[in-house]
Write a protein that binds this ligand. Structure first.
Ligand code: NAG
Ligand code: NAG
Ligand code: NAG
Ligand code: NAG
Ligand code: NAG
Ligand code: NAG
Ligand code: NAG
Length: 855
């Protein structure tokens, strides 16, 4: 959750052609008028949402260069003085040397300067003593030129307001600059000065907007000496590179500089108007600095007396702008759904993103693009939009540059011949900014995308909830890769579906986009080319990384700030995590570290046997559950009972409630060589379960004791509710185990010692499993309890060959740690032990007192 969106508007982007501006200080002129006239451009005559200015309209606008490129704007206030912003010159707490800077005057296009353009060196930079950083105010600077500017039609000073000057709120003023035309979107060649009309916002109205959490949940306290201008709905604003430039208002035929471009939260965002340094309060400071220079800046008296200050209403109505995108009367009736009709192929579904642009998968059209980059039959293409009487015609197709090789960039933009009226039925969908973080648990929907078939199931099958980043990344991503932090662009977005897949419903040929809702507003969050197999798509390519490309091409798509802020546990994560080991069959044994109460054990299965017994089962592969034989098969019975398995019952935050999976057991397998005395049984499920946070196979431990692991017996506390509980245990070494239980132990038995007071946590009748959380982060199954015991477990390690052969996709991890079963004959036990009847703890105590015999 960085605060990088609070942006002082400096830039390092525009570098004019070398030699474009020769320092012409060698030819100073003495033609200044005696009485300095100000704020009057010749009568002849971007910025976000702005347009090219006419040459000569803003003759006081200067460009401040450092290292040969435009960094900031400024305004000429007297032949030898330029007003700008302090933050352009103060880096890391120190004022940069004046000699590094030059002032370019009379320039219109930075690429092709006008005749009157000339450069002046800077003799001195003055900044208020108490300036520290932009959000604390006093963000202004005065630059004394080494020699006076040459005044003329293209170079004239602006008027400064006196301290008493009052600019009424609502006044339409103008700001100018060579800054970015959108966030992260530099002004294109030929770098023509941009102008935009902004309305002055009163202090209360502006504070009201900035008190609402915006990007990154940030709010801002406005300080005296700051001034806001812009619009609650955003879209017109200053941006990077405009810093230090003037905000000017016309009064009585003169232009007064009301403000200096200072900073903003992003650019042109809703409810985030630009913040300027108010010039009027600094009259005294400016006069003091320029004292003695002739002629100095002009401070004409305000033509119209202000309506004597205080009686103007200080209280303003707080007008919050609501999103203009993403409103759907009912889910499923998407007002942005666009169908692109191309002769000779099926319709391709996309989404309207602005009044003139439709976003579509590029793969619908890549085969139609001819060598000139446009389809030859574009003339015949039509776009159908909701509630439009006629189909729209298409002007242009702009495929994403990486569309042909990168599925995550399978995007193209179609420009309509004529913009559509967005106040009526077709409405644009909202698009996320790159830092958008769709919260785990967000309500989402699948929507048709590309040449998709209609949904094969009922509408409820299109509903989904978003999984947290950790799950999504580690379930479907690569092992060991770092999990992106909340607020960093994610690699994937994963929905969890409310309803289970129905057999026979194939989603094969369907392409989908993922729409997610925040505060009633829908965002196009992700895209997916094809679903895998017969499943609904499990992971989507996130759209937020494409926001900058889409806004660069469309100049008007609705990128909307995040609207919901309850980041939850994930938002507090500040250290990058990596995903635990996967096996060749994919992810296994994943469980979030900070699992909240109501814990989630995705491999824990309730095995209902013949309707009256419940055994613990552990999912070991998508179609297989492992259980203790004695629990699932009745002693002496030869008939196979009716068995059902339930997964996802364990309270499962952050999953959709009731996200349960149930399966019938169609066969029980025992290792042939052991027959019915085999302690472990494999239950074959009627169909596979899709790996998800509510049904995920555990990893299997091949043998030995995993080093550094913490181990647990997992069972149920309450036989009615079956709340899962885990009792902490230590696995005893083979020698201790052998000595404690000499006569009774079959080979391959593990024994454990419970942590103080944890013995009674699990129902012994359900045959609980022994699990370890390994150092690598994954959970492994060690064994299942033997009949009637809490301390003895039949290990899975010795049965690796049988399990792997039967199951095919068992997640055995590579061997690690010390072997548990030592060579025969090495287990010499101290003789005293035989006398230690009673609890294993008492025996163990005795054993540990005895000097240990080396193996
Ligand atoms: C900023 O100043 C601090 C302390 O003077 C110094 O450690 C740091 O390297 C400086 N950073 C830059 C980017 O110059
Ligand atoms: C700087 O000092 C001036 C005059 O004393 C004061 O009005 C202003 O609020 C101060 N600004 C900051 C950022 O402290
Ligand atoms: C605020 O809005 C109300 C209702 O729209 C209006 O009556 C009132 O005059 C407004 N107040 C101000 C200060 O504009
Ligand atoms: C296309 O891919 C290249 C290389 O991965 C990347 O640098 C570039 O930013 C991509 N283009 C866009 C518009 O995302
Ligand atoms: C757009 O539609 C609205 C509502 O139907 C209508 O009032 C408005 O005049 C239309 N605007 C244009 C520019 O056609
Ligand atoms: C779906 O895909 C699977 C595997 O690719 C294939 O076996 C099956 O026939 C397909 N089903 C349909 C309805 O296309
Ligand atoms: C968002 O900001 C508001 C107001 O500053 C604060 O009350 C709230 O706790 C913040 N929410 C999060 C998730 O940080």
């Amino acid at each position: 959750m960085s605060q990088h969106l609070l942006l002082p508007f400096v830039i390092l982007a525009i570098s004019p052609i070398p030699g474009a501006f020769q320092d012409s200080a060698l030819s100073p002129t003495q033609e200044e008028p005696e009485d300095l006239d100000c704020g009057r451009p010749e009568p002849y005559a971007r910025i976000v949402g702005g347009s090219d200015a006419q040459p000569g309209t803003w003759p006081w606008q200067v460009s401040l260069h450092q290292g040969g490129g435009h960094i900031c704007g400024g305004s000429l206030i007297a032949p030898s003085w330029v007003l700008s912003a302090a933050h352009c010159f103060v880096r890391n707490g120190t004022l940069e040397p004046a000699a590094e800077w030059s002032v370019v005057l009379g320039v219109h296009s930075q690429d092709r300067p006008l005749d009157g353009a000339h450069v002046r060196a800077v003799a001195e930079i003055l900044v208020p003593d108490n300036y520290s950083k932009v959000e604390l105010g006093s963000d202004l600077a005065l630059l004394r030129l080494a020699s006076p500017a040459r005044l003329g039609p293209a170079v004239r000073p602006v008027c400064l307001p006196r301290a008493s000057h009052h600019f009424a709120h609502g006044t339409a003023c103008w700001t100018t600059g060579w800054g970015d035309v959108q966030e992260a979107d530099p002004l294109p060649l030929p770098w023509v000065l941009q102008e935009v009309e902004l309305r002055l916002l009163g202090e209360a109205a502006c504070q009201c907007l900035y008190s609402r959490p915006g990007p990154f949940n940030l709010t801002l306290q406005l300080l005296p000496g700051m001034l806001c201008a812009g619009y609650p709905e955003g879209r017109r604003d200053t941006c990077q590179g405009d810093s230090g430039g003037p905000l000017v208002c016309e009064e009585g035929g003169r232009w007064f500089q009301a403000g200096i471009t200072s900073f903003g939260f992003g650019c042109g965002r809703r409810n985030r108007p630009g913040v300027f340094t108010a010039v009027a309060p600094y009259e005294a400071w400016i006069r003091e600095q320029v004292m003695g220079s002739e002629p100095g800046p002009a401070f004409p008296t305000q033509a119209q007396e202000p309506q004597s200050g205080p009686q103007e209403p200080r209280e303003e109505n707080c007008t919050i702008a609501l999103p203009e995108c993403g409103k759907a009367p009912q889910p499923g009736a998407w007002p942005w759904e666009a169908q692109v009709m191309v002769p000779g192929s099926r319709p391709c579904h996309g989404a309207l993103v602005s009044e003139s642009w439709v976003l579509v998968p590029a793969s619908c059209f890549l085969d139609r693009i001819s060598s000139d980059g446009q389809p030859h039959d574009l003339e015949a293409w039509r776009v159908l939009l909701p509630s439009r009487p006629r189909a729209e015609r298409v002007a242009r197709l702009v495929p994403h540059e990486n569309a042909s090789w990168d599925d995550a960039s399978d995007l193209a933009l179609l420009q309509l011949r004529a913009p559509v009226n967005l106040s009526a039925a077709p409405r644009p969908v909202c698009l996320p900014h790159p830092e958008h973080y769709f919260l785990p648990g967000s309500r989402c929907r699948l929507a048709r995308w590309g040449r998709g078939e209609p949904a094969p199931g009922p509408s409820a099958q299109l509903e989904a909830e978003l999984l947290g980043g950790w799950w999504c990344h580690c379930l479907y991503g690569r092992q060991g890769a770092p999990v992106p932090l909340a607020g960093d662009p994610p690699h994937a977005l994963c929905p969890a579906y409310q309803e289970e897949e129905e057999a026979g419903r194939c989603w094969n040929d369907s392409r989908w986009s993922l729409l997610c809702r925040e505060e009633g507003t829908w965002f196009l969050a992700g895209i997916r080319d094809f679903s895998s197999g017969c499943l609904r798509p499990r992971a989507f390519f996130p759209l937020q990384t494409h926001g900058p490309w889409i806004s660069h091409v469309t100049r008007g798509a609705y990128l909307e700030d995040q609207l919901a802020w309850d980041w939850g546990l994930e938002g507090e994560e500040t250290e990058a995590q990596t995903c635990p080991p996967h096996t060749e069959h994919g992810a296994c044994g994943l469980r979030p570290e900070a699992a909240p109460v109501g814990v989630l054990w995705p491999w824990l299965a309730e095995v209902h046997v013949a309707g009256d017994r419940v055994c613990t089962g552990i999912l070991v592969a998508p179609g297989w559950v492992l259980a203790a034989t004695h629990c699932v098969l009745r002693l002496g019975s030869t008939t196979v009972p009716y068995i059902e398995v339930y997964l996802g019952r364990a309270g499962a935050n952050p999953l959709p409630q009731g996200h349960q999976v149930s399966r019938l057991v169609i066969s029980i397998r025992l290792p042939r060589h052991l027959g019915l005395s085999a302690p472990l049984a494999l239950l074959e499920l009627s169909s596979r379960v899709e790996p998800s946070p509510s049904a995920l196979p555990i990893c299997l431990h091949p043998g030995g004791i995993p080093p550094g692991a913490s181990c647990w017996v997992l069972g149920w506390k309450d036989p009615q509710d079956r709340v899962p509980v885990a009792a902490a245990v230590s696995i005893l070494t083979s020698r201790l185990c052998h000595c404690l239980y000499q006569s009774v132990l079959p080979p391959g038995t593990l024994c454990v010692l419970y942590a103080e007071g944890q013995e009674d946590r699990c129902e012994v009748n359900s045959a609980p499993p022994l699990l370890c959380h390994t150092e690598g982060g994954s959970w492994v199954l060690m064994g299942m309890a033997v009949r009637g015991s809490r301390e003895l477990f039949a290990a899975v390690g010795p049965e690796e060959a049988w399990i792997s052969q039967t199951v095919g996709e068992a997640h055995f991890l590579p061997p690690s740690g010390s072997p548990y079963w030592p060579p025969d004959g090495s287990n010499l036990c101290p003789p005293d032990l035989a006398r230690a009847s009673g609890s294993p703890r008492a025996a163990l105590f005795l054993l540990l007192l005895t000097p240990l015999i080396q193996n």
